[in-house]
Ligand binder design. Structure first.
Ligand code: XMP
Ligand code: MG
Length: 183
């Protein structure tokens, strides 16, 4: 069923705009403390990280720069395979930089695991990860995620950068989709 009302496509709200803003501010405070006196390079992973990148960057007090990468994960259907292709690379030389990868969600963790290894090979001083959401499967992968907004159940979520068929990225909250949308 096609509907023009976005709200009607949602089952329930997982995190409200206010909750997300509060959590992002907490993460920013932690990051400011950890990087005290050092400049951070935020690396946003397009397109999902656009919202958290914008809010996190504005909440941070540290000196920072921002750059973007777009990657696509090869795989059958919706499962990530861990074989990653760079669609858009960074413009910044990472040598000696303190890199903080900013993500919307970590599911299997395979994409990020590949990305972290790739960025480390470029000679930065450090590489850490900040994600708004993390699904249980990600916990099984040996990947150290320093900053996590929320650990969520294994449900498909949209909003605040996250899409279903490129829609719902603009929502200022995170929610689950009503079955009529994808069935
Ligand atoms: P990994 O490699 O961690 O891939 O499995 C993570 C990527 O999978 C997408 N993804 C989602 N996108 N709602 C979305 O809109 C979800 O619930 C969801 N779970 C995974 C997303 O592109 C993420 O970067
Ligand atoms: Mg993503």
């Amino acid at each position: 069923m096609e509907t023009s009302d976005v709200q009607a496509d949602l089952k329930h709200v997982l995190y409200t705009k206010e909750q997300i803003q509060q959590r992002v501010a907490e993460l920013a405070a932690e990051i400011d403390k950890d990087y005290e006196g050092r400049e951070v390079l935020l690396v946003g992973v397009l397109k999902g990280a656009v919202m958290i990148m914008a809010d996190l960057a504005r909440a941070l007090r540290s000196h920072l720069k921002m750059d973007w990468m777009a990657v696509s994960s090869y795989g059958s259907g919706t499962q990530s395979s861990g074989v990653v292709r760079i669609l858009k690379d960074l413009e910044t030389d990472l040598m000696g930089k303190h890199v903080l990868i900013v993500e919307d969600i970590i599911d299997s963790g395979l994409t990020l695991s590949w990305l972290k290894t790739n960025l480390i090979s470029r000679g930065p001083a450090s590489v850490e990860i900040c994600t708004l959401l993390r699904k249980p499967a990600a916990a099984k992968v040996d990947i150290d995620v320093k900053y996590v907004g929320y650990d969520i159940p294994n449900e498909f979520v949209v909003g605040y950068g996250l899409d279903f068929a490129e829609k719902y990225r603009n929502l200022d909250f995170v929610g689950t989709l009503a079955p009529h949308v994808y069935e």
